[in-house]
Design a protein around this ligand. Structure first.
Ligand code: BGC
Length: 386
């Protein structure tokens, strides 16, 4: 990084000269910020490494592009890498960014526990690390975390399912004409190595708990523990296969399936494909079970608009990117970013100061208001699903 290189270069000239070189420059000292950067550092001299997990899900492409363009607008140079959901690839990309001397890292990890050695190297070079959307676990060297309120995302997923099943109104109040017979659901969770998956699952299952306890909702397969229902790498194909297996093992005798708790739009589409393949639907009007989601991916928004998927959760990646850029700029200017949560995200070594954003439930009725009016998608994208 720039200042470290400067110090190394001047070290041979003696301490007095080094101090003279930095003196009178405000935060020019090497020990001011976690990054040791200068308050008056020129962004054009600084490079930020941005590591994203995959391009197979559209949200991460949007995140990567939003972070890159917002940093570039501020004058920084950006090294943006996607890792095809492959842990060694991501580790290697981050190693390379560190070797090439990036000034700060923004990382959306694939496996939240697999980057300890990279974070050690970053710390040794005084490179601040911002965990992006997914917490990095088991390391002291995560300076900051920007994300959404992940527990609440799970609450919203379960809420949308309860709305679809007829227990709640869209405003969250009890429905006057709630079903009087038990509603059958199946449950899916996200990737077990992604710290967020547990938060989504806990938020959702705690919201469903009163209904499961008094029998208004039943899970006929009996599969409700996280390890059983988790979906490695959030894989659409794995979800489709598990849904097909569930239909065969539990529903082949003609039992009703009313809903599926899904934590991510890719999983939702895998589930919907399995359901339609087994003769359900094909639309909600024609009896397709209620399926929740997350990320407002365009393919799923289009399905919601067509009355196939019931709902999703909109997490505005532009806002998350902007928060990451604000935090990065703070570090690079020698300040501490502002956190709005300093209690929730314990990574096993420390509580990581976090900035949490809010998310929204998307139903057919509010697609325009949430996604089109805000400029996230055009009507044409919603119409074509692309
Ligand atoms: C993100 C979700 C996303 C999932 C799969 C999670 O870490 O928070 O928004 O659906 O990864 O990509």
């Amino acid at each position: 990084m720039r200042i470290n290189r400067l110090v190394a270069a001047t070290a041979g000239l003696g301490l007095a000269l080094t101090l003279a070189a930095c003196g009178g420059q405000g935060a020019g000292g090497v020990d001011d910020a976690p990054g040791g950067n200068s308050a008056d550092a020129d962004p054009s001299d600084q490079t930020i490494g941005v590591a994203m997990p995959t391009q197979t899900s559209e949200r991460w492409i949007a995140d990567g592009e939003a972070v890159k363009s917002q940093l570039e607008e501020k004058g920084y140079t950006v090294d943006l890498q996607f890792a095809n959901d492959d842990i060694p690839t991501q580790s290697q990309q981050i190693d390379q960014m560190i070797t090439q001397g990036v000034d700060l890292l923004i990382i959306a990890s694939i496996d939240g526990t697999a980057l300890s050695s990279q974070l050690e190297s970053a710390a040794a070079k005084d490179i601040p690390v911002i965990a992006y959307d997914r917490l990095i676990n088991g390391s002291d060297h995560v300076e900051f975390y920007v994300t959404f309120d992940n527990y609440n995302v799970g609450v919203q997923q379960a809420t949308s399912l309860l709305v679809g099943l007829g227990f709640l109104e869209e405003d969250g109040t009890e429905a006057a004409d709630a079903p009087t017979s038990p509603q059958n659901i199946e449950v899916f969770a996200g990737s077990p190595d992604d710290n967020n998956a547990g938060f989504f699952f806990d938020g959702a299952m705690e919201t469903l708990a009163p209904y499961l306890e008094d029998g208004r909702i039943v899970v006929p397969s009996g599969q409700t523990d996280f390890d059983t229902v988790a979906t490695l790498r959030w894989s659409q194909e794995a979800a489709q296969t598990r849904m097909e297996d569930l239909l065969t093992s539990t529903y082949s005798g003609g039992e009703e399936l009313d809903g599926v708790l899904s934590p991510f739009d890719g999983i939702s589409r895998g589930v919907i494909t399995a359901l339609q393949g087994a003769g359900h639907g094909p639309s909600l009007e024609e009896g397709l079970p209620i399926v929740s989601g997350q990320d407002a991916e365009i393919a799923s928004v289009s399905l919601i608009d067509q009355g196939v998927q019931f709902a999703t959760i909109f997490k505005d990646t532009r806002k998350l990117a902007s928060q990451a850029v604000t935090a990065a700029t703070s570090f690079l200017e020698g300040d501490e970013p502002e956190a709005n949560d300093t209690e929730t995200y314990d990574n096993g070594v420390k509580i990581v100061p976090s900035y949490l954003l809010e998310s929204d439930i998307v139903y057919k009725e509010n697609i325009s208001e949430l996604l089109i009016d805000s400029g996230y998608y055009t009507q044409e994208q919603v119409d074509t699903g692309q």
